[in-house]
Design a protein around this ligand. Structure first.
Ligand SMILES: C[S@@+](CC[C@H](N)C(=O)[O-])C[C@H]1O[C@@H](n2cnc3c(N)ncnc32)[C@H](O)[C@@H]1O
Length: 294
C-alpha cells in the first residue's frame, strides 16, 4: 500500500502539466476508487482537500473509511458516493480533476468504455483535467502469458488454491527442500536460503501475482482509441505519463525494462529502435497512463 501511494508525485504529474497548486486547489473525483482508496490517499498526501471517492455499490465504503482514518486524512476533506462510471450521478462540469485509475479495463466491453469516457469528460470542468491508467495493450505478457495462466487458474483446482492462498512462505517452501525429502539430497547451485527468498518473494509480490491472475478478464485497448474517444468530448490536450517504479522484490529485476517500455513509448526518453521493438514485443504498449485537459 505504502509503495503504491508513494508512486504518485508532483514530478510524475508534471509530465501532464498538472501542477502542485492545481492538485491543492482542485475539487477531485476518484472514480472506481476501490476498497483501499490508495489513489485518493496519495492525492491527499499531495495536498488535496476536496476529494469525492466513488465506486459501485457500497461494500467498499467501510474499508475506505477505515483506511482514510488510518492515513490521518482530515474528515472534512473527503466524501463517499456510490456510482458507476457509466452513469455518474454528478452535475456537468462539477470537478476540476477527475481520476479513473485502473478501472476502465475492468468494464465489460468497449461500448461501456466509450460511455465511461463520455461521462468522465462531462463531469470535468472546462480547463479541468482527467487522469486515467488503463494498463498495457499487446505483447507477450499481456496477450499470451497472462491469459494462459488465468485460464489454467480457472481450470486447475490445485493451482487455484495455491494462488488464492499465496504467501511468501508458500513460495519459499517450493524452492527449499523440506526435511522429509532430504533423502533426495537436493542441493541448489545458487545457495538459495530462506533469507534471500524472503527478499525476492514478499507480501507485495504475492498480492501483485494474485491481482494479475485472479481477474477474469481485462480489456486491452490501443492508445489511439483513448486519444480518439477523449477528443470527441472537447479534450484539447493529452499527455502520456510514465515513471520509474522501484520494486522491493524479484520484480526489481524487471523495473528498468518496464520503465524503458513505458517512458520509451510515451516519448519521454530516447530508446533505440531495436531495443524498443524488442521490449514492445514483450510488454506491448507498456502501462498506459494519461492526462487529458479539457
Ligand atoms: C483494480 S481496482 C482499482 C481501484 C483503484 N482505482 C486503484 O487504483 O487502487 C478496479 C475498481 O474499479 C471498480 N469498477 C469496476 N467497474 C466499475 C464501474 N462500472 N464504475 C465504477 N467503478 C467500477 C471496481 O469496483 C474496483 O474497485
Amino acid at each position: 500500500m505504502e509503495r503504491f501511494i508513494s508512486m504518485f508525485s508532483y514530478k510524475y504529474f508534471s509530465i501532464g502539466k498538472i501542477s502542485k497548486n492545481f492538485i491543492k486547489n482542485s475539487k477531485i473525483l476518484d472514480v472506481g476508487c476501490g476498497d483501499t482508496a490508495k489513489v485518493s490517499i496519495a492525492m491527499a498526501r499531495l495536498g488535496s482537500k476536496n476529494i469525492t471517492l466513488s465506486d459501485i455499490g457500497t461494500n467498499w465504503m467501510p474499508n475506505v473509511k477505515k483506511n482514510l482514518k488510518l492515513y490521518n486524512i482530515n474528515k472534512n476533506f473527503w466524501k463517499l458516493k456510490s456510482a458507476s462510471v457509466i452513469k455518474l450521478p454528478f452535475k456537468d462540469e462539477e470537478f476540476d480533476f477527475v481520476i479513473c485509475h485502473g478501472v476502465l479495463i475492468h468494464l465489460s466491453n468497449v461500448q461501456h468504455v466509450k460511455k465511461a469516457i463520455k461521462e468522465l469528460c462531462r463531469v470535468t470542468k472546462k480547463k479541468g483535467a482527467i487522469y486515467i491508467a488503463v494498463g498495457s495493450e499487446g505483447g507477450l505478457v499481456e496477450k499470451s502469458l497472462l491469459p494462459s495462466i488465468r485460464s489454467f487458474y480457472r481450470k486447475n483446482k490445485t493451482f487455484k488454491k495455491f494462488i488464492d492462498n499465496l504467501t511468501p512462505n508458500k513460495i519459499i517452501d517450493l524452492f527449499l527442500t523440506k526435511k522429509k525429502y532430504r533423502h533426495i539430497s537436493f542441493k541448489n547451485k545458487f545457495n538459495l536460503n530462506k533469507k534471500i527468498l524472503k527478499k525476492l518473494f514478499d507480501e507485495d509480490f504475492c498480492v501483485t501475482v494474485q491481482n494479475l491472475i485472479q481477474v477474469p478478464k481485462r480489456l486491452s485497448i490501443k492508445e489511439i482509441f483513448y486519444i480518439k474517444e477523449f477528443k470527441k468530448h472537447n479534450i484539447k490536450e493529452n499527455y502520456r505519463l510514465a515513471r520509474f517504479v522501484p520494486q522491493n522484490n524479484i520484480r526489481n529485476i524487471f523495473s528498468h525494462l518496464h520503465y524503458l517500455c513505458n517512458a520509451g513509448n510515451a516519448g519521454l526518453i530516447k530508446v533505440d529502435k531495436f531495443s524498443l521493438d524488442l521490449i514492445n514485443s514483450i510488454y506491448g504498449s507498456g502501462k498506459q497512463e494519461y492526462i487529458f485537459w479539457k
